[in-house]
Write a protein that binds this ligand. Structure first.
Ligand code: ACO
Length: 322
């Protein structure tokens, strides 16, 4: 039986840092309000000429180095993003070209903030069925391009960045289970209304920016993070107290705290990076994971739970023995 295990991770945050205080000049808000309601202190913003593939590639190179595999050993590339460089080709194809790889499958996954979990689910299935041996999974987002900088309810919440992981075939798990879900009934709760088939005209209007019913998203995120954890633990017959680390989607510290509480996990067993980079959507879980692996908190053999929730709504989890 073939399983997949985490061989290496990498992260990338753009150079430009925007502190909460800077928003005080843009909208009616304060550093104090943002910290209290979200836990966010700052976020990174891509440079004008910096794209999702630039950031994804930087994170990918670090993950490949950490995995100690050759670039030429990568045989699958999945990029989770809602902010691709181009309408087509996919950002995964652009990354593939820049890694000087040819012919291996490369495609994007669009599942908003749950994108990285969806990517891991798919990569794990490829590896388990013999379709790949070393899969590169990237979450990369340039949300600064779809932020309405005059809407205080959303502009303070997001940032840019990328995270990546190399998943490698192994004789034992590794990934113990993946769980992904969606419910399109909540389409308008969190969306960017403009799109390609809706017509390019909308791209130059406010429809091209994030619109969110914050309260509704908050409530649903908290309840869903609880139910997905339950589903994952019971599928594996694992007790919540066996989880060494929770690595949740980094959207809002209050959502993260609520998720930890449901698992009886003290906050020193939860990886929190939302203060440093705000919500980077599909990049947030691999970014947080990479930080805690590199600073030595997460050790080989420990049981990790990843949980995500995002627009769609989409949600999902991965239980993994690191
Ligand atoms: N600064 C100051 N005041 C603000 C700001 C701001 N940046 N944003 C909203 N307010 C105001 C509102 O206008 C409202 O004012 P009113 O009472 O005069 O109408 C007041 O603050 C309270 O608004 P609420 O929406 O009730 O505030 P809440 O405590 O729910 O916090 C927040 C708002 C932070 C957006 C919260 O609802 C939230 O985090 N929702 C989840 C959003 C999220 O994480 N989305 C990301 C994508 S999905 C995901 O990744 C999970």
């Amino acid at each position: 039986m073939t399983f997949s295990r985490i061989a290496g991770t990498g992260g990338y945050l753009p150079e430009r840092v925007m502190h909460n205080k800077e928003f005080e000049k843009l909208v009616d808000t304060s550093d104090e309000w943002i910290r209290e309601r979200t836990g966010i202190k700052r976020r990174h913003l891509a440079a004008d000429n910096e794209t999702t593939s630039d950031m994804g590639l930087a994170a990918a190179r670090k993950a490949i180095d950490a995995a100690d595999v050759a670039v030429s050993d990568i045989d699958l590339i999945i990029v989770a993003t809602t902010t691709p460089d181009k309408v087509f080709p996919s950002t995964a194809c652009i990354v593939q070209r820049r890694l000087k790889l040819h012919t291996i499958p490369a495609f994007d996954i669009h599942a908003a903030c749950s994108g990285f979990i969806y990517g891991l689910d798919v990569a794990n299935r490829f590896i388990r069925t013999g379709g790949a041996t070393n899969a590169l999974v990237i979450g990369s987002e340039t949300y600064s391009r779809i932020i309405d900088w005059s809407d205080r309810g959303t502009c303070v919440l997001f940032g840019d960045g990328a995270g990546a992981m190399v998943l490698t075939a192994a004789g034992e798990p590794g990934i113990m289970s993946t769980h992904i879900h969606a419910d399109g009934a909540f389409e308008e709760a969190l969306h960017v209304p403009a799109g390609i088939s809706s017509g390019y005209d909308a791209i130059r209007t406010e429809s091209a920016f994030i619109q969110m019913k914050g309260h509704e998203v908050f409530k649903k995120a908290v309840s869903t993070m609880g139910s997905i954890a339950k589903e994952t633990l019971s599928a594996n017959n694992v007790d919540k107290h066996d989880i060494a680390w929770l690595i949740p989607h980094q959207a809002n510290l209050r959502i993260i705290k609520a998720a930890a509480k449901k698992l009886d996990l003290p906050m020193d067993r939860v990886v929190v990076t939302v203060d440093e980079h705000a919500n980077t959507s599909s990049a947030s879980i691999p970014l947080a994971l990479d930080v805690a692996i590199r600073d030595g908190r997460i050790k080989r053999g420990e049981l990790l739970l990843f949980e995500a929730f995002g627009a769609g709504f989409t949600w999902g989890s991965v239980l993994v023995r690191y």
